[in-house]
Design a protein around this ligand. Structure first.
Ligand code: NAI
Length: 327
């Protein structure tokens, strides 16, 4: 199992690479970035776990050497938010970064599972899909927008309200997209049922939708979530790797191209969005089945979904346009 981190020297990239280095399921860990990867790779390589670590820069065919033979490519490359910025403000710079990295994937490891962390995820995943389509290697079962942090935050914030001892024990589908109002927590579908007092519902919903802002504000210009994102990115990557290794029954919420995945057509029809985050059953080939939790939403959640569809459609279109008619 060869894993690649593209953007490995960054705030997310470094702790994510550390977690992947200590994962016993990984044999080879390849770090790619435009700066500092030789140092980060050397540092990690002294850790006494099996994964062999190498670091590459763009020079000397670095991308080719980093990506060739990869089974999983995780992409946290690009600039993060500063206070006052929305994720969409990052589009100008990150769209091109993701496009170019995906061109590398298409060329050097077209069969790899691709996990996109770079924001705005609502648009960068459609960008990736268009680039892969253009290269004739798009497999919708293998392209994922990582929205796990929204789920992780929902688990944490709900436990803070209900008093649950282990936040990770409550499963909460957080669906839609990955920014502000496009993020829709379906507390009504939590398992076990979370007892959320009526007067706390609005605040809790807002906190899941805009939880990222709490971190951006607290970091005072030094960036956005990195450590919690590394945890979330690792949680998702590990699930993919376990599913590829044959473990069954793994379900994780992720942002996918619906028409390419079993069960997805029905959700695309209902939401009017081709890209959407829903709980997805994972198998050896990647996304096996999309679970339609959209239709289970209660009236309160249906209202949130209406706002989500509006914003998300625009974000998706913007990503597709960027590749079809480059600026
Ligand atoms: P950072 O600035 O600390 O790190 C980004 C890294 O990407 C840097 O090391 C930079 O050199 C590298 N990079 C830039 N251009 C590159 C290229 N062409 N090829 C390879 N590497 C390149 O940023 P941070 O905090 O790690 O965030 C990274 C991205 O993740 C941002 O877009 C941020 O918005 C996003 N993010 C996504 C979350 C999610 O839930 N999906 C949560 C938090 C952040």
């Amino acid at each position: 199992m060869k894993a690649v981190v593209a953007g490995a020297s960054g705030g997310i990239g470094q702790p994510l690479s550390l977690l992947l280095k200590i994962c016993p399921l990984i044999d080879e860990l390849s770090l790619y970035d435009v700066v500092n990867t030789p140092g980060v790779a050397m540092d990690l390589s002294h850790i006494s776990t099996p994964a062999k670590v190498t670091g590459f820069l763009p020079k000397d065919d670095g991308m080719k050497n980093a990506f060739t033979g990869a089974d999983v490519v995780v992409i946290p490359a690009g600039i993060p938010r500063k206070p006052g910025m929305t994720r969409d403000d990052l589009f100008k710079i990150n769209a091109g970064i993701v496009r170019d990295l995906i061109k590398g994937v298409a060329e050097h490891c077209p069969k790899a599972f691709v996990l996109i962390i770079s924001n705005p995820v609502n648009s960068t995943v459609p960008i990736a899909a268009e680039v892969l389509k253009g290269a004739g290697v798009f497999d919708p079962k293998k392209l994922f927008g990582v929205t796990t942090l929204d789920v992780v935050r929902a688990e944490t914030f709900v436990a803070a309200v209900t008093g649950a001892k282990d936040p990770s024990k409550c499963k909460i589908p957080v669906i839609g997209g990955h920014s502000g109002e496009t993020i829709v927590p379906l507390f009504s579908q939590s398992e076990p049922k979370a007892d959320i007092p009526e007067d706390k519902l609005n605040d809790l919903t807002y906190r899941v939708q805009f939880g990222g802002d709490e971190v951006v504000k607290a970091k005072e210009g030094a960036g956005s979530a990195t450590l919690s994102m590394a945890f979330a990115g690792y949680r998702f990557a590990e699930k993919i790797i376990k599913a590829v290794n044959g473990e069954s029954g793994i379900v994780e919420t992720t942002y996918i191209y619906l028409p390419g995945v079993e069960g997805g057509d029905e959700i695309a029809k209902e939401t009017g969005c081709d890209y959407f985050s829903v709980p997805v059953e994972l198998g050896p080939e990647g996304a096996k089945k999309a679970h339609n939790v959209v239709s289970l939403a209660n009236d309160y959640e249906k209202k949130l979904l209406e706002a989500c569809y509006k914003g998300l459609k625009g974000n998706i279109e913007k990503g597709i346009e960027f590749v079809k008619n480059p600026p």
